[in-house]
Design a protein around this ligand. Structure first.
Ligand code: PLP
Length: 424
């Protein structure tokens, strides 16, 4: 039976499987809570972008923050991807995974002097600069290091991506990007500063976008600016259109990456910009549907108003429901031939916001495994140690192989680096 999301996550008989491997068997072998990812699903997702970009000067930069496991980065590096990073820590990860720094774009509104120096030293492809103040500092750091920083300006096109306010980034009231009206003046400043080389323009309007209209509107605004900036004598080589494409969690019907990219390329060509290199920064759409979070049912707690299914995964493992009230599919790893009960699936953390799903119809007993679907993006990468809970293990499944790509955290890991006061 097919589930929303990836064809690589499906029931075989009554058993949930990932690339044909039993998810319950993975849980027994590696323990729970467990993130399990399909390598094939990731490769299929990146291939959809690449198919649409064949014959065009392009780079798909995987947005590391969606899932920053080294093995995941390695898969994308081997598939020819560059990376979109937002911190020096992510840059260290990309390099440790075998990624090419020359294919890295560095985004984010709060880059520190040390982060800029690190990125210059390893030679990233481009800094996506988000403010005039950042431009000034980057110029200073580059001159000091005796290097040239290649820059794009991230412009804020002021379009509504129609997504959750916390993950919408392209509106005037958001903290991201340079206002449309300030863009030409800021490009002039960039061109005049020492240590900088203007290369491109960048925008990223939000996340979990399920409609093509905001993308096309943003693109038009960006191309208007490119024309204005070039008219001011500053050449723009590449167009970075960011990430943000949504996935199917339940009944969303986002465009496929192939359709979206083709539409954008058509508009780029129609407006006479077809010679430019194009860059995309997808995160969620490359990994979201590729992963599940597997958890064991600890207790069933029937109540007068609500029934609770208490599982061993919690908001510290998967923050999306608690943080954005995100709806994520939850299924039994082994289907029982019993009528389901309506319940809230909750974790052990001491917060009422600690739930994974509300009012779900499930037929499960204590000791069964459940899987939260489409948990490959913004799952493990947002996990914390709240309640001094060790972070989950991660496995990457490929065909009939399963590789442990991150060990479960052990008690000694949980207070590593902490110090007691001196005895007196
Ligand atoms: C988060 C982010 C992305 C990736 O967004 P997705 O919605 O995961 O595709 C791309 N670019 C920037 C600048 C980001 O902050």
């Amino acid at each position: 039976m097919n589930l929303p999301g990836s064809p690589h996550v499906a029931y075989r008989g009554d058993d949930l499987s990932l690339e044909g491997q039993s998810v319950s068997a993975l849980a027994q072998r590696f323990g729970t809570p467990l993130y399990a990812y399909s390598k094939t699903a990731m490769l299929d997702a990146v291939a959809a972008y690449q198919r649409a970009l064949v014959g065009r000067d392009h780079l798909v930069c995987y947005a590391v923050k969606a899932n920053s496991n080294l093995a995941v980065l390695q898969v994308f590096a081997q598939a020819g991807c560059g990376f979109d990073i937002v911190s020096s820590g992510e840059l260290h990860r990309v390099i440790a995974a075998g990624g090419d720094p020359a294919k890295v774009v560095f985004s984010g509104i709060g880059k520190t002097r040390a982060e800029m120096a690190h990125a210059l030293q390893v030679g990233v492809m481009c800094f996506n600069v988000e403010s005039e103040a950042e431009l000034e500092l980057l110029s200073e750091v580059a001159v000091q290091a005796g290097r040239t920083a290649t820059v794009s300006l991230r412009v804020n096109p002021d379009v509504d991506a129609g997504t959750h306010p916390y993950i919408s980034t392209g509106l005037k009231g958001n903290k991201f990007g340079i206002a449309h009206e300030r863009a030409v003046a800021t490009y002039r400043r960039a061109a005049a500063l020492p240590g900088l080389a203007v290369a491109g323009i960048d925008c990223h309007i939000g996340s979990q976008i399920t409609d093509t209209t905001p993308y096309l509107d943003a693109l038009d605004r960006v191309l208007d600016l490119v024309e204005a900036v070039e008219a001011a004598g500053i050449p723009i080589h590449h167009l970075d259109l960011g990430g943000g494409l949504g996935i199917t969690y339940t009944d969303e019907v986002p465009p496929s990456a192939e359709v979206l990219v083709k539409l954008l390329l058509q508009r780029i060509d129609a407006r006479g910009h077809g010679h430019r290199k194009v860059v995309f920064e997808p995160g969620r759409s490359l990994v979201g549907n590729a992963g599940v979070l597997v958890s064991e049912v600890l207790y069933l707690k029937p109540g007068e108003q609500k029934n609770f299914c208490i599982v061993d995964a919690a908001m510290n493992d998967l923050a999306r429901p608690a943080m954005y009230e995100a709806w994520m599919g939850i299924v039994a790893c082994t289907r029982r031939d019993e009528p389901p009960t309506r319940m809230d699936v909750v974790g052990p953390v001491c917060e009422s916001g600690d739930w994974l799903g509300r009012d779900r119809d499930l037929a499960v007993h204590a000791g069964d495994h459940i899987a939260v679907l489409s948990a490959g993006a913004y799952g493990m990468s947002m996990a914390s140690n709240y309640n001094t809970r060790g972070r989950a293990a991660e496995v990457l499944v490929s065909g009939d192989e399963a590789w442990l790509v991150r060990e479960r955290e052990q008690p000694a890991d949980l207070f590593k680096g902490e110090r007691l006061l001196p005895a007196r």
